[in-house]
Structure formats: structure tokens, C-alpha cells
Design a binder for this molecule. Structure first.
Ligand SMILES: Cc1cc2nc3c(=O)[nH]c(=O)nc-3n(C[C@H](O)[C@H](O)[C@H](O)COP(=O)(O)OP(=O)(O)OC[C@H]3O[C@@H](n4cnc5c(N)ncnc54)[C@H](O)[C@@H]3O)c2cc1C
Length: 372
């Protein structure tokens, strides 16, 4: 490692790992700084869905980036396995969005219509069709929409593979809590750590997730808030739930680890990321209403973590106004695993000037906000 890296990336979640990996591939010297461990927050405990059909800005400006996210994940999976031996478990998943009344069924029809225009494969099922796909489902269903454009990964293995590939390519990963910026006027010249040490760098990328909005002195305050989400992992032997079924905020899916995952919650709880019994009960109530047979399932893991949600729901990428040499990779909310390869390329391109087709679109540009 050179003494002064060209770029310092703060945060080893999916966003920071992707930026660091894309930079090192472009021949840039990078030091990544993380205060906990790789993927120890949302990036390690997300569901890992690559779903281009839902979420902030979909249908809308985020859709084309979500589609590109999937094609980049397809390219990355073998590339990362080659470099690291880590299988990120990318696989196609068939999701069924369920409806329990006519209003819900009409929404599925509307969703089918716009997805067809976007070449996203989907089919409507009536109630018999849904039950023949997933016999364990009960309740007063009126139908379902099978989505064939969905994929998923193991988000922990994905983030770990990015950091491992980054390190094998010569990137440095050091522990540290960044508490301030080194500056020469408007120019950012490095970071200051909580232990008082300083790391100089040509540019700095803040990929610090929801903590970018925690008001820490010494770092710019992003318009990002934590939105807590909890997931249960259940042991439930059998072949049910090979489709990911969802209704409202609840879903049931058998992941590649063989466990049935039940999710999830959305809560504004500040920076408290401890699992709660209230969230566990609410998830269980939601999934049991769909599939009472899960009553006999054993809860083997209960996770909670914080999504970084920006004030307009879109990622915050690229140069920060008012700071020369300071960049953001943040704010992807519920889509940070899907969008991270796009974010990595866009931010790496903004730093190196090698933009190609990955220019940061106005709706993602950090320059749409001001920072203090
Ligand atoms: C329940 C749940 C389910 C989800 N499911 C999906 C899904 O299916 N698909 C999808 O695409 N997305 C999903 N997401 C969203 C996704 O997990 C996030 O968008 C993504 O992980 C955010 O990545 P990040 O790198 O921005 O943040 P993080 O993963 O939070 O990483 C930020 C890192 O920065 C470090 N850090 C912060 N401040 C400092 C500092 N000052 N100094 C040093 N290090 C610092 C932190 O320790 C942390 O490791 C889900 C999220 C949740 C909560």
C-alpha cells in the first residue's frame, strides 16, 4: 500500500465495498476504513432480493438502474467466485405477490400492465393457480402475480466477496472509526480517526449508511435516516415456499440456506438495531395468517438492522457540493444490495473521470442536497 492512498472509502457495507472494488479494478490505490466488521450491518442481514418491480422510484426513474443492477450482479457473481472462491448464491427466484380482495387483485393487474411494457415477465394467477404453486397458503386469497424477473443473492457473502476481491487486488482494509475530515480550505485531504490518528488521501468516499445522518460533528450531515427492519429465519423442513410469497409488508421465502425467511418490519427506531419481541410477534402473525402450518417452525435466527433511507427515497451519489474531493455512496434504502453494483460504478466513474455509461443521473446526484 502506498502511504497516501488515492481514495479513502469509509464503510464496508455493500455500497462502500462496491465503490472500493470498482476503483481498484480501475488501478486506483484505495484504503477502506470500517469501524465494526465487513457487512456487520444491513448489508450482512438483508434479504438479498434483486427485485426490479418494487421500491422507491419504481416504476419511474429507478427502474432502469434496478434492471442494470441485475445484469451487473449476473456478471459479478462468476467474477467474484473466480477471484475469491465465494459463491454469492445468485439465483433466479419466482415471487408471487398475493391479493386478498378485489382492490388488491386490481393492483396486481395494474402491476402486470406496466411490467409487460417494461419487458418484465409476469403472469396473473387465480386462486387455484396460486394454491397449486404453493399448497400451504390458506386464507381468503383472490389471486397472485408471479414475477419471473426476480433474483436474489446472499447479501453477506456478496459483500464479503467484494471486500475479499478488493483486498486480493491490493486494496487495504483498516479498522477505524472516522470522526472527522482533514481539510485544506474546501479541499478534503483525508480523515481523522477516533483514536486521534490521521489518514491522508486524495479523495474520500463516505459510504457510512444510516450513520451519515447521525449528526456527528466533523462529518457532513446527510439527509438520511435509519429505517429498522427485522427478519426471522425458520427451520421448516419440506418443499413449501420455493416461491417467495408476499402480501402487504410480509413475505415468506425459502432461501438458499434451506431456511424459510419471514419478514419483515419497517420502523423508525433511531439507531437502535436490537431485535424486539414485538417485531417477532408481528412477523409471525403476518406469516401465520398466510400459512398456518408455519406454527410448527422453529425460529433459528432473528435479525434486525437499519436501512439508510434518504429524504426523497433515492440514492445519494457522487461529489458533495461545498467539498472538493468528498464523495457519497449512500441512501439506497430498501434496494442497497440490488443497486450497489450500479452505485459502485457510478461513484468510481465520478472519481476517476472514466464514466462510460455510468454517469450519475440527476435523481441520484448528491448535488441535489446541501450539506453542513
Ligand atoms: C430487513 C432488511 C431487508 C433488506 N432487504 C433488501 C433486499 O432484499 N434487497 C436490497 O437490495 N436491499 C435490501 N435491504 C437494504 C440493504 O440492506 C441496504 O440498502 C444496504 O445494505 C445498505 O448498504 P450500505 O453500505 O449503504 O450501509 P451499511 O450496510 O449500513 O454499511 C455502512 C457501514 O459503514 C460503517 N460506518 C458508519 N459510520 C462509520 C464511521 N464513521 N467510520 C467507519 N465506519 C463507519 C458501518 O459500521 C457499516 O458497516 C434490506 C434492508 C433491511 C434492513
Amino acid at each position: 500500500m502506498r502511504n497516501t492512498p488515492d481514495v479513502i472509502v469509509v464503510g464496508a457495507g455493500a455500497a462502500g465495498a462496491s465503490v472500493a472494488y470498482e476503483l481498484i479494478k480501475r488501478g486506483v490505490s484505495v484504503t477502506m476504513i470500517e469501524r465494526d466488521s465487513v457487512a456487520s450491518h444491513a448489508s450482512g442481514f438483508a434479504y438479498g432480493g434483486l427485485f426490479p418491480t418494487m421500491g422507491a422510484g419504481i416504476p419511474g426513474p429507478a427502474l432502469q438502474h434496478a434492471k442494470r443492477g441485475i445484469s451487473l450482479h449476473k456478471r459479478l457473481a462468476p467474477e467474484l467466485e473466480d477471484h475469491t472462491g465465494i459463491d454469492i448464491e445468485l439465483r433466479a427466484v419466482r415471487s408471487i405477490d398475493l391479493a386478498v380482495d378485489e382492490v388488491g387483485y386490481k393492483k396486481l393487474q395494474e402491476s402486470l400492465a406496466w411490467q409487460a411494457e417494461e419487458d418484465l415477465e409476469a403472469d396473473l394467477l387465480d386462486i387455484e393457480g396460486v394454491r397449486s404453486e404453493e399448497p400451504s397458503l390458506t386464507g381468503d386469497l383472490t389471486g397472485g402475480l408471479v414475477q419471473r424477473s426476480h433474483f436474489e443473492v446472499d447479501s453477506y457473502k456478496y459483500t464479503l466477496a467484494l471486500v475479499t476481491a478488493f483486498e486480493r487486488a491490493g486494496g487495504a482494509h483498516v479498522p477505524g472509526n472516522v470522526v472527522g475530515l482533514l481539510r485544506d480550505g474546501e479541499r478534503v485531504t483525508g480523515v481523522r480517526l477516533g483514536n486521534g490518528s490521521e489518514i491522508p488521501g486524495g479523495s474520500v468516499v463516505l459510504a457510512t449508511g444510516p450513520w451519515s445522518g447521525d449528526g456527528s460533528e466533523g462529518l457532513p450531515h446527510f439527509p438520511v435516516k435509519p429505517r429498522k427492519g427485522e427478519i426471522l429465519r425458520l427451520r421448516f423442513p419440506g418443499r413449501d415456499f420455493v416461491h417467495r410469497v408476499s402480501l402487504g409488508g410480509h413475505y415468506i421465502a425459502r432461501k438458499s440456506d434451506g431456511l424459510v425467511w419471514g419478514g419483515s418490519t419497517e420502523e423508525d427506531a433511531g439507531f437502535d438495531d436490537r431485535p424486539t419481541s414485538a417485531a417477532r410477534d408481528s412477523i409471525m402473525a403476518g406469516i401465520l395468517a398466510l400459512a398456518p402450518s408455519l406454527e410448527s417452525a422453529e425460529i433459528v435466527q432473528h435479525t434486525a438492522c437499519l436501512r439508510p433511507v434518504s429524504s426523497d427515497g433515492m440514492p445519494i451519489l457522487g461529489a458533495l457540493p461545498g467539498y472538493d474531493g468528498l464523495f457519497a455512496a449512500n441512501g439506497a434504502g430498501k434496494k442497497g444490495i440490488l443497486l450497489s453494483p450500479v452505485m459502485g460504478r457510478m461513484v468510481a466513474g465520478a472519481i476517476t473521470g472514466q464514466v462510460g455509461r455510468d454517469a450519475i443521473p440527476v435523481e441520484f446526484a448528491a448535488s441535489r442536497f446541501s450539506y453542513v
